[in-house]
Design a protein around this ligand. Structure first.
Ligand code: NAP
Length: 243
């Protein structure tokens, strides 16, 4: 029987690369996006690889919308075998200039979404007695980053949530891991100035940016049986940013 993977925020960037890679590995794919149109291209690319793929619009920071999403996926696909909590945003600014609203928005989208989707999909996986959940953390959550008080707090929380969920769900055959990307070339990082990009590159041992496919391949490993005894781990994928 085919397995189903939900990838949040998979209309573009790293999420789209993960969806394509998991489709190549034979998973049926649920593309989640804020609006249905934004996810259509990814879904078409997955279908071209020979699997079933549908787009479900939902703001994953909203619990009620996540409930609706998981209910529809269960009805259409039958099982939920993999959840990749990928949706995320940045709203950078120095601490003293950061507004309360900007702080709250990033925490809600990057952190609360992981609670919403892990609780709901975790419930389905618990009944199946199997599943793999992979969270997108960040090097900012491991080491902190100036101008990202909100983002680094949200990603630090995602790391703690990964370990907590791994401890709670491990005995039921559900593994929970995270990847912590460094600087990956996507629309999210295209916003940085040349000066900011060069400053980051100076700290990268491999002296280049990462590509979304280089995150997707590690996520695919964590979703596969090749990592059947790996849980609660945070894998940094940064070209050697901090050692
Ligand atoms: P991206 O290009 O900005 O893509 C993020 C995706 O998430 C977009 O498709 C976006 O949809 C979607 N999204 C945002 N808010 C959402 C919500 N509330 N509900 C559903 N979908 C939502 O970002 P990316 O670079 O691919 O990053 C993906 C993940 O990797 C994020 O969690 C990010 O923090 C993490 N990460 C990225 C880097 C990097 O260097 N790029 C480094 C470390 C960690 P819209 O198009 O509708 O906004």
């Amino acid at each position: 029987m085919s397995k189903t993977a939900i990838i949040t925020g998979s209309g573009r960037g790293i999420g789209a690369a993960i969806a394509r890679r998991l489709a190549k590995d034979g998973f049926d794919i649920v593309v989640n996006e804020l609006n249905e149109e934004a996810g259509q291209q990814t879904a078409e690319e997955c279908r071209a690889l020979g699997v079933k793929a549908s787009v479900y619009a939902a703001d994953v920071s909203d619990y009620a919308q996540c409930e609706e999403l998981v209910k529809k996926v269960k009805e259409e696909f039958g099982t939920i075998d993999v959840l990749v909590n990928n949706a995320g945003i940045t709203r950078d600014g120095l601490l003293l200039r950061m507004t309360e609203e900007t702080y709250d928005t990033v925490i809600r989208i990057n952190q609360k979404s992981v609670f919403n989707m892990t609780k709901l999909c975790g419930g389905v996986m618990l009944r199946q007695k199997s599943g793999s959940i992979v969270n997108l953390a960040s090097v900012a959550g491991l080491y902190g980053n100036p101008g990202q008080m909100n983002y680094s707090a949200s990603k630090g929380a995602v790391i703690a949530m990964t370990k907590t969920a791994a401890k709670e769900l491990g005995s039921r055959g559900i593994r929970v891991n995270a990847v912590a990307p460094g600087f990956i070339q996507t629309p999210m990082t295209d916003k940085l100035t040349e000066e900011q990009k060069n400053a980051i590159l100076e700290q990268v041992a491999m002296k280049r940016y990462g590509q979304p496919e280089e995150i997707a391949s590690v996520v695919a490993f964590l979703c596969s049986d090749d990592s059947s005894y790996v849980t609660g781990q945070i894998i940094e994928i940064s070209g050697g940013l901090s050692m």
